[in-house]
Write a protein that binds this ligand. Structure first.
Ligand code: CTP
Length: 435
């Protein structure tokens, strides 16, 4: 692929908000006599003709002073993190709200790992050192943004050649020992770009799989989450399983063919706003024994709500045969399902192969869980029901009667309550389902 037109291509690929910021950074660097580069994923994606997700810019020099110049020129403000040698130029309100635009600048640096899996210690360095600390050759290319060589590539590890050959290759034999999360990253690039690990890199990944043990649950979870946001994550998961990485982080891989079908169905049918990664994880948990699921969740340390939803999957799966019973009324289904998190119910709606159970899960999620009686506690008090547990029981039974179509209007409900008050056994739960 020709590299002569990379600067115009970069210009074209940048968003309209970012373009003037990059232009200003180039001017500011020229004025400071500092050398400026685009590095990492953006160069890789430019060479591949893929859209840019984010742009990492590295300066050989002081990132904070350069950012100040850019901010001055463009009317933005600076957020500097001197300890890491990084700075952000911010425009139009906080970026976290989604309204702002920001440019990240980092000083070229070296990294050293005190022990496998530790976060690296960072020191200022040259661009060559900055490229040498990186994960793969395809990410260790720099595009020069300042004269005299602007527009040329610095590619000390042959990354451009590997991009053309479709290869993910580490820079040195200890790369996965330094940071075993790179095994996940390698697979992510394989899947996303249609690449393959170069054979020696793959055997290093297999050799160094045990270094994943030194990676915290939070970091593993973060990698997993990134993988699950890719287009067809079942392929990446299968590949991680083949290398031995999935099992090593506590995720046994059963039933690949079934999971493939279910992942694809979930993608097609997930309701708007559903968190697909959470559903994928739920499907994975669905294939595990309760012990395996519990160990996986312990290892991956999910935030509380996700953890609870995933913990619900196994116990809910165990109730699906009951949920499929032909004589089960809507109210009994609701009593069975309301203790489970919606994400677990959604997962089982995809996972379950029984049509009747699946239909009840769908109706519960879409309809039944929102059903309420028309009468509330005040109405019941007006009809002569005393405060206390009986009031709660009556309200629940009233909702059940509505779910089962025994009452359809406010008037129906009032007569239902009157009947219940007249005869102590005529109202109350009428179904086999235990609460
Ligand atoms: N990097 C690394 N080792 C890691 C994480 C990141 O060497 N464990 C380096 C890579 O060179 C990468 C850069 O840091 O290019 C930025 O990381 P990140 O933003 O995660 O990746 P991108 O290259 O931007 O790729 P992606 O498209 O996946 O975001």
């Amino acid at each position: 692929m020709a590299v002569s037109d990379l600067l115009p291509r970069l210009d074209g690929a940048l968003s309209a908000d970012l373009r003037p910021l990059v232009r200003a950074a180039r001017d500011a660097a020229a004025a400071e006599n500092a050398r400026l580069y685009v590095v990492g994923g953006a160069v890789r994606d430019l060479l591949l003709g893929r859209p840019l997700v984010d742009v990492d810019i590295v300066v050989e020099g002081d990132a904070t002073s350069l950012s100040r110049r850019v901010a001055q020129q463009t009317g933005g403000r600076v957020e500097a993190h001197d300890r890491f040698g990084t700075a952000k130029v911010l425009h139009n309100g906080p970026v976290s709200t989604g309204h702002g635009q920001s440019l990240d600048l980092a000083a070229a640096r070296t990294e050293t790992y005190a022990r496998p899996g530790a976060l690296p210690a960072v020191q200022p360095g040259t661009l060559a050192q900055d490229l040498a600390r990186r994960d793969f050759t395809i990410n260790a290319i720099a595009l020069v943004l300042t004269p005299p060589d602007e527009g040329s590539l610095l590619d000390p590890f042959g990354g451009h050649k590997d991009i053309e050959a479709g290869l993910v290759r580490v820079l040195h034999d200890k790369s996965f020992v330094d940071d075993a999360t790179r095994i996940f990253r390698a697979v992510r690039y394989e899947q996303r770009l249609g690449f393959r690990m170069e054979p020696q890199t793959e055997s290093l990944a297999r050799r160094d799989i045990r270094y994943l043990d030194a990676i915290s649950g939070d970091r593993v979870r973060n990698e997993l989450d990134l993988l699950l946001r890719e287009d067809a994550p079942e392929r990446g998961l299968a590949r991680l399983a083949e290398i031995g990485a999935l099992e090593r982080v506590g995720l046994p891989w059963h039933d690949a063919a079934w999971l493939s079908v279910k992942f694809a169905q979930a993608r097609r049918a997930a309701p708007p706003g559903a968190l697909l990664p959470e559903i994928y994880l739920g499907l994975l948990i669905y294939t595990m024994s309760l012990e395996e699921a519990s160990a996986a969740l312990q290892r991956l340390n999910f935030p509380r709500a996700t953890d609870q939803a995933l913990r619900d999957v196994g116990p809910l799966k165990a109730r699906l045969a009951d949920l499929a019973r032909p004589d089960l009324q809507a109210s009994a289904a609701v009593h069975m399902l309301e203790r489970f998190q919606p994400a677990a119910l959604q997962t089982c709606a995809f996972a379950c192969d029984d049509e009747a159970a699946r239909e009840r899960l769908r109706r519960y999620l879409a309809e039944w869980r929102y059903v309420k009686s028309a009468l509330d506690g005040h109405d019941l008090a007006r009809l002569g029901v005393a405060q206390g547990p009986r009031m709660g029981q009556l309200l629940t039974s009233l909702r059940d009667a509505r779910l089962d179509g025994q009452v359809r209007s406010r008037e129906d409900e009032e007569s239902w309550v009157r009947r219940a008050l007249a005869g102590p056994t005529s109202a109350g739960p009428r179904h086999g389902e235990q609460r």
